[in-house]
Design a protein around this ligand. Structure first.
Ligand code: URA
Length: 260
């Protein structure tokens, strides 16, 4: 049990007050694994630092030249072993033409994307597809979709089903050179951060999706960036899903207007 607790604790999201609220201290004495909680909380900052510092160098050493052919980029990405997620999952590259006007930056591949090796082919991709324009003839593909974390972080439920787990700060830090590289190759006119993970990875700070609605932020290098909800938030919202979908649609419209 203690090792599970160690594996499952997200060192970037330690909130001792919330933890104590959910598992009141009076019960700690009867839970053998509770012994390690103070140590885990103490270690969390150094785990985050170690994870973030250990590998970015490795990823940068793998990056091919910016003008390398797509196949070389895919091969380099497949060879990336900078984080432990590579053992069980596929690194999924962004897809879309170089020179696409808009880059839609997501979070990480999901179960379907991991199996297919392609971005946004699962339920979140269906939501995203339904919000993109359906005019015929279809406009030249204008968007690309890299993720700040290239591998599917997940856990298994009791039946072996793979359940999404949000990548932690360490995973995103390690992977960040990849998304920066992909954006440098595409050179989009506008970047859309779909959800907090993307916004955090691209801006280096936490940005609230709701509060930044309608704002145009700027990425290093001067590229405009807008933040909207991740399409999976529409699926999770249930009752509020119309509002979240409307926010996503408005964000994509804003990006199209900025891209001219
Ligand atoms: N979520 C993402 O951010 N990207 C995908 O490709 C799938 C789900």
């Amino acid at each position: 049990m203690a090792h599970l607790l160690r594996e499952r604790l997200q060192p970037t999201r330690t909130a001792p007050a919330t933890f104590a609220g959910k598992l009141p201290k009076k019960h700690w004495a009867t839970l053998p694994e509770a012994d390690i909680v103070p140590a885990l909380l103490r270690e969390a900052p150094s785990r985050v630092r170690a994870h973030a510092e250990a590998a970015p160098g490795d990823v940068r050493a793998l990056l091919p030249p910016l003008d390398a052919p797509e196949a070389a980029v895919r091969a380099a990405l497949r060879a990336c072993a900078a984080c432990p997620l590579h053992v069980e999952t596929t690194a999924v590259p962004g897809e879309g033409p170089l020179g696409a006007a808009i880059a839609l930056v997501g979070e990480q591949p999901g179960d379907a994307e991991d199996r297919a090796g392609r971005p946004f082919v699962g339920p979140a991709g269906q939501v995203l597809g339904a919000t993109l324009p359906r005019r015929r003839p279809r406009p030249r593909p204008r968007s690309t979709s890299p993720t700040p974390s290239k591998h599917f972080r997940h856990r298994r439920d009791g039946y072996g089903k793979r359940l999404h787990e949000t990548p932690d700060r360490g995973h995103v830090e390690v992977c960040r050179p990849w998304v920066v590289f992909e954006l440098q190759r595409v050179r989009p006119q506008v970047v859309v951060a779909l959800g907090v993970t993307a916004a955090h990875a691209l801006l280096g700070r936490i940005v609230a999706v709701g509060r930044s609605r309608g704002e145009v932020l700027v990425r290093p290098g001067g590229v405009p960036l807008v933040v909207g909800p991740h399409p999976s938030a529409v699926l999770r919202a249930r009752e509020g899903s119309d509002a979240v979908r409307a926010h996503l649609v408005a964000t994509l419209q804003q990006a199209r207007a900025l891209a001219g």
